[in-house]
Design a binder for this molecule. Structure first.
Ligand SMILES: [Zn+2]
Length: 771
């Protein structure tokens, strides 16, 4: 900025100060007083329950932070013929809390599929527009499936029965003495249940039956009674499992033996302990190659071998033994139909195995894309959070599934029977793999409470998924051409507009329990992911955002964060006040709509304007009583005179000219370039969410200038703000949010002069003419 502009600006400021008091008085009366409260920028003191000694004001774990631990030793038996699963487990529960616990809560999630489950009774929807045949049969024809837990025994560590009470999906273990702070307790549970067909029941776990060869492929999870979380936030998190709100689970160590038919191929959470017993010599040899293959997967079980195994139906069994350290859950997949491939991925100084399991029905898509997608996920997520700490990540193909567990997940993406597939199937499959493998980070390691806050894992994961998809596109030219972008379904601001501009009676704030919202997809996945993407790209910038996001992930790695811990950390590590952003995007159903309302053109004048004359008359002042003033005369007002047009300010203002003569040397005066045009631009904000005001100005000579005013521009007036542009060139166009970065729901008010929006009828007429 040169010196002249600086001096000029201070004169404008003086002028502004003289008339400001009056203006404010006038404006205040005619506007909705609500626009003047500062609620959008008020800090979230009333919404937040922390800080305390468990959770610090910085967003980090506090000095008294604790978490419980639940260790499991389990013997699992899969009865393939009858599609039943039996288990015997010993839980050792460590009470690290400061409280003595009078009873323990264990989760029986399969009871959501019990015959007497209340889950189907909680919806009040009426008749659907259409049903899948399977869903219709399930709802109106079939006997309800009996898929609840059968608890055979609950015993203490001396083998004596323990009393227990089951309330739907929660089991209270009535221990004889309170479990004291710092102590641990062991008890065992024996159970079995009927495995559901997950393709009919829309279950997160179960089997798919393949009528052509008579086999099943199992993806098994939530299959054992699991300890509930006890924490400083909820006490016991024993909110029932109704079906939508996922899981809250403590970390622990697992020692699991799974017995399945001898011809099954199986993989699971944890480190395989008896590879020599369950692998053939060929598999062993290929496995060793895979551990050194960093660029492409090595097939451990081939399609040919899997097809041969499909015909076997072995009656003898094999036991697969695993140990997992510091995981919050356990899952496994098993079938004689599985093809198996894997490759190594360098993460930091460690090698991680990227693994895929799929029946032949997944090929050729699965052998081409799955393991590659797993590898990209591990790389991108590790870069933005922490080095993936487990030794493997497995993607299992299961029809219509998209579900995540530590080290293992189930994913859809089934080609047609002849092996052809659409782009939609291919990108859907790559995306769901990235998403579900990504859940290893959120919530499997950054262990938030999914039962209460769906967005904390789904939103953060969907945000990261977008980054990993874009990386996948860049690194796989055979899938995405070098000049093209991966077609991400969520993440781009414009993609969330239909949801945020929709019927308010079907929208809930992101800060809602997942059971209580319509449209869980946009609510818990799309909107928070987009909010974070906009925060990164447009509000904070990548450098500040990435550091803060990584700080959050590292602070809460292997711990239980709450939303506040996330919100606080993002500010703590960046020095960006974001309360307004959390408030707008996460606590309300407001939307973004910012526009340009009007433009007034001014020229510099030496003669007081009508408004100024009135100001002086009201106060009995003359020009002689005031310092030398410069006035701006509006083109469409009585103050305007044609001779002002196109002149420089020193030509039309004697006061200014004298000021310049007195305060600047001749050399300095020769150097300045005077602005000739003065514009007062009014921006308005029909939407409730304040956002940065991103403006592109276009001048008569075709050049453009971009200015981003910080969101704080809305802090005093939430409805309307004005900016003055002093330029040497004539202004011919203004566009708000020209690159569509803010999820603005209505862009018809984003331009000056207003863009002619053709009516549908005009478009229709044009179309007819064209043909
Ligand atoms: Zn998810």
């Amino acid at each position: 900025m040169n010196r002249f502009k600086y001096c000029f600006a201070s004169l404008l400021f003086l002028f502004g100060a003289v008339v400001m008091a009056q203006e404010e008085g006038d404006v205040k009366e005619e506007r909705d007083p609500g626009h003047y409260n500062q609620s959008k920028f008020k800090q979230l003191y009333e919404e937040f329950s922390s800080p305390n000694t468990y959770r610090s004001a910085s967003g980090a774990p506090g000095p008294d932070y604790y978490q419980q631990q639940a260790d499991y030793v389990m013997d699992i038996y899969l009865d393939d013929k009858n599609a039943k699963i039996n288990g015997e487990e010993t839980i050792t529960y460590h009470n690290n809390s400061p409280d003595d616990l009078e009873f323990l809560w264990v989760q029986l999630d399969q009871n959501v599929r019990a015959k007497d489950s209340k889950s189907p009774l909680r919806n009040g929807n009426g008749v659907n527009i259409a049903y899948t045949a399977g869903n219709f049969a399930e709802t109106y024809i079939n006997e309800p499936f009996d898929g609840g837990f059968n608890i055979e025994s609950v015993k203490d560590d001396s083998g004596k029965p323990l009393s227990y009470t089951i309330n739907q999906t929660m089991m209270r273990i009535n221990i004889a003495e309170p479990l004291k702070s710092g102590e641990k307790i062991s008890f065992s549970i024996k159970w079995w249940y009927n495995i559901p067909d997950h393709t009919v029941n829309r279950a997160r776990s179960g089997y798919e039956y393949f009528p052509k060869d008579g086999n099943r492929a199992y993806v098994i999870a939530q299959f054992f009674p699991r300890m509930a979380v006890y924490s400083d936030v909820e006490g016991w998190q024993n909110h029932q499992f109704w079906g939508s709100g996922e899981f809250a689970l403590p970390f622990g160590n697992y020692d699991v033996s799974i017995t399945v038919p001898a011809d099954h191929v199986l993989d699971a959470t944890g480190v395989l302990q008896n590879r020599d017993d369950v692998f053939s010599k060929d598999m062993m040899k290929r496995y060793k190659q895979a551990k050194k293959s960093y660029d492409k997967p090595v097939v451990i079980v081939t399609q040919e071998e899997a097809e041969a195994a499909e015909k076997g139906f072995a009656t003898d069994t094999k036991t697969w033994k695993f140990k997992a350290t510091n995981v919050r859950d356990y899952g496994f997949a098993t079938s004689r139909k599985f093809i198996w491939d894997m490759q190594a991925v360098k993460i930091g100084s460690k090698d991680v195995m990227a693994v895929s399991l799929y029946p032949k029905e997944g090929n050729p898509l699965w052998e081409e894309q799955s393991t590659k997608a797993v590898a990209q996920t591990l790389k991108t997520y590790s870069k933005h959070t922490f080095d993936y700490p487990y030794h493997k990540a497995i993607s299992v193909h299961a029809k219509n599934q998209g579900m995540e567990y530590p080290m293992i997940c189930w994913n859809y993406g089934r080609p047609n029977e002849d092996g052809t597939y659409s782009d939609r199937t291919k990108y859907g499959m790559i995306s769901v793999i990235i998403h579900e493998v990504g859940h290893n980070f959120f919530p499997m390691i950054v262990n938030s409470d999914e039962r209460q806050w769906g967005w904390m894992d789904e939103g953060l994961d969907t945000f990261m998924q977008y980054l990993a998809e874009q990386d996948f596109g860049k690194n796989n030219p055979e899938v995405i051409a070098p000049n093209e972008k991966y077609p991400s379904r969520r993440g781009e601001p414009s993609k969330i507009v239909p949801y945020m501009s929709g019927d308010q009676s079907f929208i809930s704030p992101i800060m809602s329990n997942p059971e209580n919202v319509y449209q869980l997809g946009p609510n818990a996945y799309g909107k928070p992911a987009t909010a974070l993407n906009i925060l990164r790209e447009t509000v904070m910038g990548e450098e500040l955002f990435d550091h803060a996001f990584k700080t959050y992930a590292q602070r809460w790695m292997f711990k239980h964060p709450t939303p506040e811990d996330f919100f606080r950390t993002m500010e703590d590590a960046s020095a960006v006040d974001l309360d307004w952003y959390w408030r707008g995007w996460f606590y309300t159903t407001d939307y973004v709509d910012i526009g340009v309302k009007g433009v007034k053109k001014y020229y510099v004048s030496n003669k007081p304007t009508k408004e100024m004359e009135k100001y002086m008359a009201d106060r009995n002042l003359t020009e002689a009583d005031l310092p030398p003033l410069v006035y701006l005369a509006e083109e469409d007002s009585e103050d305007f005179a044609p001779e002002l047009k196109g002149k420089s300010p020193t030509e039309t203002s004697q006061n200014l000219k004298e000021f310049m003569m007195d305060n600047m040397t001749e050399a300095e005066r020769a150097q300045v370039e005077e602005p000739k045009y003065f514009y007062e631009i009014t921006f308005d904000k029909p939407g409730g969410i304040p956002m940065p005001l991103i403006v592109e100005y276009t001048y008569a000579d075709g050049t453009t200038e971009s200015v981003t005013y910080p969101p704080e521009i809305w802090r005093k007036n939430d409805a309307e703000v004005k900016r003055v542009m002093a330029t040497e060139k004539e202004l011919v166009g203004i566009v708000v949010d020209p690159k569509l970065e803010t999820a603005d729901i209505d862009t018809t008010n984003n331009s000056w002069p207003k863009k002619e929006e053709k009516s549908d009828f005009d478009k229709f007429k044009e179309n007819i003419k064209g043909k």
